[in-house]
Design a protein around this ligand. Structure first.
Ligand code: KIV
Length: 264
């Protein structure tokens, strides 16, 4: 397995290869994902919901993100490590955005950053981050940091003017030099149109089959998922519940620890 870098993404699209991405937020999970040949591990701000028990991604801070990025980058040799830029880490000013993107790389060990929104708002920010040598991934459609504006976690791009905006924004991100664009919760035919128009790969989540790659939240494919677009590959939650119940039972009944678990 060779090392995946940001430039590999465009090459993979040219070669017609599909990209498989997952999120991870800690060392042991990232270690397993890396050994399973995933192309990139996203330390997403979905961490706030998947492992911190929060209702949305908005409260994730830079310090929290750095904490998780460090664990993932320490475990990863093959996959590209992408760090999400938390809410308010890139919206205030270009200077702050560059500093925070730099921290995710210098202190966290990330190899690329992802931020949400169109180039009409974040074009200068993306250019400035790219200018200091940090690859940027875009994110359009249902951008979870804007849920209050959308009125909740709702499919985006159903109306003709929204479709046009997403298409135009995706083309703008491609032209700026983003190495990939995440399309979240958009109709499959819109994702197909966008994919056909970009030279960088589209990475879909709830965006149908035509995208150049797919990303899912790791916990969702392990049995904690509840959205239409996810798929449970193995019910780890059920396996954990069984293990914990068996342990409690064994301790209470005296079956654990047995002789082989004790030191002589
Ligand atoms: O935060 C996240 O995990 C994400 C993806 C699911 C695209 O942004």
């Amino acid at each position: 397995m060779g090392k995946i870098t940001a430039p590999c993404f465009r090459e993979r699209k040219l070669d017609g290869d599909r990209l498989a991405l997952l999120t991870a937020y800690d060392y042991p999970s990232a270690k397993v994902l890396d050994a399973c040949d995933v192309d990139a591990i996203l330390v997403g701000d979905s961490c706030a919901m998947a492992v911190m028990g929060r209702q949305d991604t908005l409260s994730m801070t830079m310090d929290e993100m750095l904490h998780h990025v460090r664990m993932v980058s320490a475990a990863t040799e093959h996959a590209l490590v992408i760090a999400d830029m938390p809410f308010l880490s890139y919206q205030i000013s270009v200077e702050e955005a560059v500093r925070n993107a730099g921290r995710l790389v210098a202190e966290g060990g990330a190899e690329a950053v992802k931020l949400e929104g169109p180039p009409s708002i974040f074009g200068d920010t993306i250019r400035a981050i790219l200018d200091i040598g940090i690859p940027v991934m875009g994110h359009l459609g249902l951008t979870p940091q804007s849920i209050h504006q959308f009125g909740g976690f709702k499919v985006q791009g159903k109306k003709p003017e929204q479709r046009e905006q997403i298409l135009e924004a995706a083309m703008g991100l491609d032209e700026l030099g983003c190495f990939g664009v995440v399309l979240e919760c958009v109709p499959a035919d819109l994702a197909a149109d966008v994919t056909a128009r970009l030279s960088c790969p589209t990475i879909g989540i709830g965006a149908g089959h035509a995208c150049d790659g797919q990303i899912l939240v790791m916990h969702d494919i392990l049995g904690w998922g509840f959205t239409r677009f996810t798929k449970t590959y193995v019910d780890v939650k059920a396996a954990m519940e069984k293990a914990f119940k068996d342990y409690v039972h064994d301790v209470r009944s005296g079956a654990f620890p047995a002789e082989e678990h004790a030191y002589k």
